[in-house]
Ligand binder design. Structure first.
Ligand SMILES: NC(=O)c1ccc[n+]([C@@H]2O[C@H](COP(=O)([O-])OP(=O)(O)OC[C@H]3O[C@@H](n4cnc5c(N)ncnc54)[C@H](OP(=O)(O)O)[C@@H]3O)[C@@H](O)[C@H]2O)c1
Length: 213
């Protein structure tokens, strides 16, 4: 059993909370407006979930998830996440996040920006290239023909192992596209983005991804 601190309780955060609680984990989940606004979600999730502030969720986390608009990562608590694996689902949308020239020029990655904000954490890209709804509907047991695969990427092998096991429990195969400097291969606009692919198809899509879009 793992205590997940989920920062962001929107489409992805709420779906991950559903998966994690179903898998027997505990969830402490936060949004920007305050825990009282998450009463409905927490009631749905049951006794293994509670709402908190982002700082509380970060502090309680054994493993954290950051799933907020990219423009908000500067507000993610730093110190309480030191030494912890931090799953990053974030993507870059100019209309929502503003222009980030280093991403446009292919000189940075989305998860690299979070890693730079959390220098003592083990950032790992996860659950960023499928639609939120698919997280609870598209998984299947290991060995199922044409099982969907998801990419992960990190500079920390133990974080990759953690996500690989979590993906498997949630019903997905894993393709490792480490280190984090390679994680642009699974960012928005690349061939693997929100496309249902099995492991071989995902490997091929990652290999032919263009550096800039
Ligand atoms: N939707 C998808 O299918 C999908 C798929 C893959 C990846 N993604 C990416 O994953 C991230 C989350 O997507 P989403 O669709 O779940 O977004 P969303 O529905 O807009 O939810 C964003 C959540 O982040 C919270 N938030 C914003 N600033 C915060 C802060 N400073 N501290 C704590 N919480 C904060 C919001 O809280 P309030 O509601 O209180 O403002 C909200 O709960 C984005 O980067 C997105 O591009 C989305």
């Amino acid at each position: 059993m793992t205590v997940f601190g989920i920062i962001g309780a929107g489409h992805i955060g709420s779906q991950l909370a559903r998966v994690f609680t179903r898998l027997g984990h505990e969830v402490v989940i936060a949004n920007s407006r305050g825990p009282e606004t998450l009463a409905g979600l927490v009631a749905e999730l049951g006794p293994s979930a509670r709402a908190a502030t982002a700082a509380e969720a970060a502090g309680a986390a054994e493993v954290a998830v950051v799933t907020v608009p990219l423009r908000a990562i500067g507000a993610i608590p730093v110190e309480p996440l030191a030494g912890k694996i931090v799953l990053d689902t974030d993507n870059y949308y100019v209309d929502r996040d503003g222009r980030i020239p280093a991403l446009d020029r292919g000189e940075a990655t989305v998860s690299g920006l979070l890693q730079a904000h959390l220098p003592q954490s083990k950032v790992v890209k996860a659950f960023n290239h499928l639609y939120a709804a698919d997280i609870t509907t598209d998984g299947s047991p290991a060995g199922t023909p044409n099982r969907r695969a998801l990419a992960t990427s990190s500079d920390f092998p133990d974080a990759v192992r953690f996500v690989t096991d979590l993906y498997d429990a949630a019903g997905f195969d894993t393709v490792d596209v480490s280190p984090l400097s390679e994680s642009w291969r699974v960012e928005r606009g690349r061939p693997a983005y929100v496309v249902r692919e099995n492991r071989a198809e995902l490997e091929a899509s990652l290999a032919r991804a263009p550096r800039t879009v």
